[in-house]
Design a protein around this ligand. Structure first.
Ligand code: PGA
Length: 244
C-alpha cells in the first residue's frame, strides 16, 4: 500500500432500492473510469445491494464494502451477515463499530473487537469507527473516549494494511456540525500516537463538497467516511477530487 494514500468511503447506510442504488454506483464508477481518482474510493451499500453494486463497479477501481458484520463465521444468527459472506460477495472492506451500531444497537467495545477480528479472519480490511458524544465533548473527554474505544475495540496488534480508523464525533454525524480543524487534528494526532504510524485515519461526520477541501488538507487526515453526501454521485466525486 502506498504510504497513507487517502481513502474516500461512502457509507450509504439504509438507503437505496435497486434502481437508485445501481444508478448511483454506475455514476461513481463512470467517473472513476473516466478520470482515475487521486485517492482510493470505496462504496458501502446496504446488504441487499452489495452484489449488484459490485457488478456495476467492477473494473472501475472503486472498492466494495459492507456496513457491519457478525462475529461468527456461520450458524444460527437470524438476520446477521458474516464477514466471509461479504468477502464472498466481493467486498474488501467492512465498517465496524459505527456510532449507529454502538449507540443505536448498544454494541460494546468487546463486541466490536470480535467483529474486527472476524473481518480480519475473512481477509477484509476493518474500518473501525470511534467518536465521542456531545456530552463527552463538552466535558473535554473526547481524547479519553476515543483512545478508550481504540484500546477496547482492536484485537491484539493492528497491522496498518488491515485496519482503517474513522474518527466520527457522534454529534457531527448527519447534523451539519463539524469540529474545528484544530479539534480534528488534535484527535487524529492522539489516535495516531497509539497505532502503527501508517494506519489510515479518516474523518467522518457531515463531510460535504464545501467543507471537504480544508478537512482533507489536514496532514493528520487520510480521507473521509461520508454518509449523506455519498448518496449523490456529484457530491461524492467532489469529495474525492478534493484529495487531488
Ligand atoms: P454523515 O454520516 O456524512 O451523513 O454525517 C457519516 C457517517 O455516519 O459515516
Amino acid at each position: 500500500m502506498a504510504l497513507r494514500r487517502k481513502l474516500v468511503a461512502g457509507n450509504w447506510k439504509m438507503n437505496g432500492l435497486r434502481a437508485d442504488g445501481l444508478a448511483l454506483a454506475g455514476a461513481i464508477a463512470d467517473r472513476a473510469r473516466g478520470r482515475s481518482p487521486s485517492c482510493d474510493l470505496l462504496v458501502c451499500p446496504p446488504a441487499t445491494l452489495v452484489i449488484p453494486v459490485g457488478e456495476t463497479i467492477a473494473g472501475s477501481g472503486v472498492a466494495l464494502g459492507g456496513q457491519d458484520c457478525a462475529p461468527a463465521d456461520k450458524g444460527a444468527f437470524t438476520g446477521d451477515i458474516c464477514a466471509e459472506m461479504l468477502k464472498d460477495a466481493g467486498c474488501t472492506y467492512v465498517i465496524v463499530g459505527h456510532s449507529e451500531r454502538r449507540h443505536g444497537h448498544g454494541e460494546s467495545d468487546d463486541e466490536i473487537r470480535v467483529k474486527v477480528a472476524a473481518a480480519w479472519r475473512a481477509g477484509l480490511v476493518a474500518i473501525l469507527c470511534v467518536g465521542e458524544t456531545r456530552a463527552e465533548r463538552e466535558a473535554g473527554r473526547e481524547v479519553a473516549v476515543v483512545t478508550g474505544q481504540l484500546a477496547g475495540s482492536i484485537p491484539g496488534t493492528a497491522a496498518a494494511d488491515k485496519l482503517v480508523i474513522a474518527y466520527e464525533p457522534v454529534w457531527a454525524i448527519g447534523t451539519g456540525l463539524v469540529p474545528t480543524l484544530a479539534d480534528i487534528s488534535a484527535v487524529h494526532h492522539s489516535i495516531r500516537s497509539v497505532l502503527p504510524h501508517d494506519t489510515r485515519i479518516l474523518y467522518g461526520g457531515s463531510v460535504n463538497p464545501k467543507n471537504c477541501g480544508e478537512i482533507l488538507s489536514l496532514d493528520e487526515v487520510d480521507g473521509a467516511l461520508v454518509g449523506g453526501a455519498s448518496l449523490k454521485a456529484d457530491d461524492f466525486w467532489a469529495i474525492a477530487e478534493a484529495c487531488r
